[in-house]
Design a protein around this ligand. Structure first.
Ligand code: GDG
Length: 461
């Protein structure tokens, strides 16, 4: 079988990976089959980066990394990827800052990646690139002569043509994705939006999942990402004895725990969530003093202005909810920006009666799946889930809410707090079965199968 080469912006080399809080790192960390390679940025900035990747072997996997200069990283990561593409792909056009020089820097880093990888790539390798940092990577790698199978998975949403067209380089971005053989999306809707863009912006012919452009075909399909639900459930059971989990459980004094876990990102709907919690306490005085909301949100991308503003906004809203409702011995909302170890997180989900996952847009949202996998089957908690998270397409037995509607989130939390044990069990059993079925292994297997299957014979147009 061909060697698998994963390419992503950051490379979670095993000794450093436990600190990583991010969906991609979590989803892929168990995928690395001995013999495969993972290539990307080392996480280091240097004045004169070497053109050759540095190679490290860990647990049979080869990690190949390159350093970047501070200017290159700024334009590529802070400027274009997170200043323009991230807001665009999360439907936040008002937050999109497009600058031609950032786009030029983004292309330049993708070219650096392609040139460095081509030095260690073998002809019979199979390349799988990940996420919005690397849209043009495959097209550029082809220019270096690589002819093997080349796939791409987009972890974030894709947008319809009317939204994509707001970015001046919309056609270039769609052309770039069409250069891969296979492109995977989190949901059918994202895959369809991409095919619509290829048709409307480039005049491509669409036939089911197949996109035909300039005499070439590529496949754009939905392949929802999953977690290793079995292992995560075990971790949650084991970590009941974790010191921090036990401390939190003891501090509850018979109250129930509502829990949210998100990188501090404006796509995650945190201000709306805090306000909705205030509405719950206002409208349902019977829940006051009987619930604690714990929001864990490690700081993220602080180089980008919008993320700093979000932090100030959350500090203000936390103060408002606690100022309005807290008592001498009860703080309704606790919010921590420190990342928790993964096992502690699993244990905290397990003691949560409500998992609150209300992003304004999200490719998938792994937290929703982790919360379900961590629950005790005999007395499970309830998931409140945004309809705009990819996970809502599958996890239909959750309480699905519109995250822009604070009253609806408050109603769902009230329903969760008053739901009968039978109903909680029935909903959880259905959700848990899905989370175990669409797991990380199936996600990887489906993608690699798609990448390895020969292209179907082209029907005469
Ligand atoms: C992108 C897409 C898509 C969070 N806080 C801590 C911590 N985490 C872990 C969670 C979860 C992961 O980070 C976050 O994954 P999400 O899926 O929720 O969100 P993104 O980071 O935005 O990920 C997303 C994902 O890629 C995968 O394709 O689902 O839509 O945006 O695993 O548990 N982990 C630890 N401490 C924390 O404090 N250890």
């Amino acid at each position: 079988m061909a060697r698998l080469v994963i390419v992503s912006n950051r490379v979670p080399i095993p000794k450093a990976r436990s600190a990583a809080a991010g969906g991609l790192a979590v989803a892929l960390r168990d995928l690395m089959i001995p013999g495969s390679m993972w290539f990307g940025w080392s996480g280091r900035l240097s004045g004169e980066p070497a053109a050759q990747p540095a190679l490290v072997e860990a647990r049979g996997v080869n990690y190949a990394t390159i350093d970047l200069t501070a200017e290159a990283h700024r334009a590529f990561y802070v400027g274009f990827a997170n200043g323009a593409l991230w807001p665009l792909l999360h439907f936040r056009l008002g937050l999109m800052h497009f600058r031609r020089e950032d786009y030029a820097g983004y292309l330049a880093v993708n070219a650096t990646f392609a040139s460095a990888l081509s030095q260690v790539l073998q002809a019979d390798d199979m390349v799988w690139a990940h996420d919005y940092h690397l849209l043009p990577f495959g097209r550029i790698l082809r220019r270096h002569g690589f002819a093997g199978p080349m796939g791409f998975f987009l972890h974030v949403p894709f947008v319809p043509p009317s939204v994509l067209e707001a970015i001046p380089v919309a056609r270039e971005l769609v052309t770039d994705l069409c250069a891969y053989d296979v492109v995977g999306f989190q949901t059918e809707e994202h895959a369809r939006d991409f095919r619509d863009c290829a048709h409307r912006l480039l005049g491509a012919t669409i036939d089911g999942e197949w996109v035909r452009l300039n005499g070439r075909r590529m496949r754009a399909f939905a392949n929802p990402i999953g977690i290793d639900a079995e292992a995560f459930g075990q971790e949650a059971r084991r970590s009941a004895g974790d010191k921090l989990v036990a401390r939190v459980a003891n501090s509850m004094a018979g109250r129930v725990l509502a829990i949210g876990v998100d990188r501090m990102d404006y796509s995650k709907g945190l201000p709306n969530r805090f306000e909705a919690y205030g509405i719950l306490l206002e409208r349902h005085p019977e829940h006051r003093r009987r619930i604690h909301f714990l929001q864990i949100c490690p700081r993220s991308r602080e180089e980008v202005d919008e993320y700093r503003k979000l932090r100030a906004e959350l500090d203000r809203l936390t103060g408002r909810v606690n100022g309005r409702f807290s008592d001498f011995d009860w703080t309704p909302l606790r919010y921590s920006t420190r990342p928790a170890p993964r096992s502690t997180l699993a244990g905290l989900y397990r003691i949560g009666r409500i998992g609150v996952v209300t992003p304004l847009r999200d490719g998938m949202n792994l937290v929703a799946k982790e919360f379900v996998a961590a629950q005790p089957e005999e007395d499970p908690g309830v998931l409140v889930l945004s309809r705009f998270a990819g996970a809502a397409q599958e996890l239909t037995e959750a309480l699905i809410v519109n995250p822009f509607d604070g009253d609806a989130i408050a109603d769902a939390m009230h329903l969760a707090l008053t739901m009968s044990l039978d109903e909680r069990r029935a909903r959880h059993a259905a959700l848990n079965a899905k989370v175990h079925r669409t797991n990380a292994e199936q996600f990887c297997r489906r993608f690699i199968d798609a990448l390895m299957s020969p292209l179907p014979t082209l029907q005469a147009a």
